[in-house]
Design a binder for this molecule. Structure first.
Ligand code: IPE
Ligand code: IPE
Ligand code: MG
Length: 242
């Protein structure tokens, strides 16, 4: 890896709680929707930057199960941006060789958005350079709820030995993120020190990095800063210090 990242380990899986779009816009006296638009551009750029650095999995939190509580105006602006960026992302994913996945409950979205999601996922299924996962209408608790309901339905149809079958791997394989390794590095922008219902099960041992930058300002330098900080961490997973 040339430049600032020479000799560093690139995390396999980076997950991002992108936050601060609203504040970015408010500081410029712009409507919040403009912050979300700039945030979408930053997502597009981050996909390209991660693919360039050889990150294998990138997961971004775009819209939470709680974000429906925002004003009708803001929610509808976000839905319109999804419409536009699902198409733009298809082009980016093809150019960068990214397999796209969605996590969250997409049933609440309008039919045309669901169709956009289906197209993005099916058209990029075979691409292998990086897996890019977008969390929309996602909540860690909602994911666990849906997964427990799914497991109970399976049990009703074909009862199994509970102690033997219900392992940690079994639970992981029933989550939306089935097949995706747990994040190595979890980044949150805008300085907030909380998880906001993101990947509750999967981040058990992720390294957390918080930057005060607002999401639309998150660029390659910011990504490199996060990776450099990650390289200083001593990951022990509960074991003894080496
Ligand atoms: C993150 O930016 C994007 C979404 C949650 C949809 P915010 O909209 O939360 O921005 P702030 O936190 O209000 O600045
Ligand atoms: C987290 O940001 C959700 C997403 C990034 C999609 P929020 O802005 O919704 O989180 P809180 O309200 O600050 O916890
Ligand atoms: Mg926020």
């Amino acid at each position: 890896m040339p430049g600032r990242l020479e000799g560093t380990v690139i995390p396999d899986h980076i997950a991002i709680i992108l936050d601060g779009n609203g504040r970015w816009a408010e500081r410029r006296n712009l409507p919040r929707a403009m912050g979300h638009k700039a945030g979408c551009e930053a997502v597009e750029q981050t996909v390209r930057n991660c693919a360039k650095l050889g990150v294998k999995y990138l997961t971004v939190y775009g819209f939470s199960t709680e974000n429906w509580k925002r004003s009708e105006e803001e929610v509808s602006a976000l839905m319109n941006l999804f419409r536009i960026y699902l198409k733009k992302l298809l082009r980016v994913a093809r150019e960068e060789g990214c397999c796209c996945r969605m996590i969250g409950d997409e049933r609440r979205f309008a039919p045309d958005i669901r169709k956009g999601i289906d197209t993005l996922v099916s058209e990029t299924r075979e691409l292998r350079n990086m897996t890019f996962t977008i969390a929309i209408n996602y909540g860690g608790r909602d994911e666990l709820r849906r997964s427990v309901a799914g497991i109970l339905r399976e049990y009703q149809e074909h009862p199994f030995d509970i102690e033997e079958t219900v392992t940690e791997n079994f639970i992981s394989s029933h989550l939306d993120t089935a097949g995706i390794p747990d994040p190595d590095l979890l980044i949150r922008t805008s300085g907030e020190l909380r998880i906001s219902n993101f990947l509750l099960w999967q981040i058990a041992y992720s390294e957390i990095y918080v930057t005060d930058l607002l999401w639309p300002d998150f660029d390659m330098t910011a990504l490199e800063d996060a990776i450099l900080a990650y390289n200083k961490r001593d990951r022990r997973f509960g074991g003894r210090k080496a």
